[in-house]
Ligand binder design. Structure first.
Ligand code: SAM
Length: 291
């Protein structure tokens, strides 16, 4: 296999100030695998550089949703559209927008230990809000916040606190209430992201942040992290070639993705990121904007 650093050697590296992600406010109730907190400053700069204020920022693969939430809280866009196919994740967004009263009460009252966590994880939710609560518990107690089938519970966790080591009920309650105050400016779809992109295809004031699951290049990271990881990337690229608004997509640095982009004359940049082993890695930024 080609060395990751050799792929896309001709693609310019986006130079930007090194940003301390601690300066990015944590708006999301999720700790999300593959979450893009580190990209928020780049997205801010991209939004600020557009020659229109987006009426809608559409995130067709929302996950933890840190990018659209930040744009909304910073008042850089009028509305955000959150799309997530995983019904467990989507239930959290739906509940926060509809009425999070019950969810917040459950979070605040939860007495966390291995037995209570196991009982919630084994339960079969009958309502969207029950599903949302189970997702929050899973996300806070499973290793790496991974919600995909087969993920395991944290054993020792931080400071030997086990399953409770990532449980911050007051912080979660605060974030959920804060998001709910923006409910009139948030639309949630528990659906496939592609038809929702198509819905906004002709809106010139739309902007799209696109961070799909990706499993090419033999790494298959996406299949371990998410329940939904199969995607028709070609169809996604064809859709993005037809949108009237501006978009920013992020992908692993992989030759197939570079080919799909170059075939459509998209603009490619590489952005440095550190992987878990502190090796220099690049992620691709793809836009329909000339640089
Ligand atoms: C790379 S993650 C997004 C991470 C997100 N940008 C964040 O910062 O937290 C991709 C997400 O897309 C979701 N997904 C996968 N296939 C989808 C589809 N066809 N439509 C909508 N969402 C999908 C996955 O469940 C996962 O949550």
């Amino acid at each position: 296999m080609q060395e990751q650093t050799e792929i896309g050697a001709h693609i310019p590296i986006r130079t930007q100030q090194v940003v301390n992600t601690a300066s990015v406010s944590h708006r999301s109730p999720f700790r999300y695998p593959g979450g893009k907190t580190w990209l928020v400053p780049t997205i801010r700069a991209w939004l600020d550089g557009l020659d229109y204020r987006p009426s809608h920022l559409i995130d067709p693969f929302t996950g933890g949703g840190i990018v659209p939430l930040s744009a909304l809280f910073d008042d850089r866009v009028d509305e955000i559209v959150l799309v997530e196919l995983d019904q467990e994740v989507a239930a959290v967004w739906q509940t926060i927008i509809d009425d999070p009263t019950w969810l917040v009460a459950q979070i605040e009252a939860f007495e966390i230990n291995l037995d209570t966590v196991r009982a919630v994880l084994a339960s079969e939710p009958t309502t969207t809000e029950e599903r949302a609560f189970r997702t929050i518990i899973k996300n806070r107690t499973q290793r790496g916040g991974i919600l995909a089938k087969g993920a395991s519970l944290m054993k020792t966790g931080e400071k030997g606190k086990g399953v409770a080591s990532r449980w911050y009920p007051q912080t979660l309650a605060k974030r959920i209430r804060a998001i709910h105050t923006y409910k009139d400016r948030i639309t949630v779809y528990a659906e496939d992201g592609l038809p929702i992109i198509a819905k906004y295809i002709s809106l010139p004031t739309a902007a799209f942040f696109v961070d799909p699951p990706y499993t090419a290049g033999g790494k298959r990271a996406g299949s371990r992290l998410y329940n939904h990881n199969e995607l028709d990337h070609e169809a996604l690229f064809d859709l993005m070639a037809a949108v009237q608004g501006q978009f920013m997509m992020t992908y692993d640095n992989a030759q197939t993705v570079i080919d799909l982009s170059e075939e459509r004359n998209f603009t490619l940049e590489k952005i440095p990121m550190k992987n878990a082993h502190h090796r220099q890695m690049y992620e691709l930024l793809i836009t329909n904007q000339a640089i």
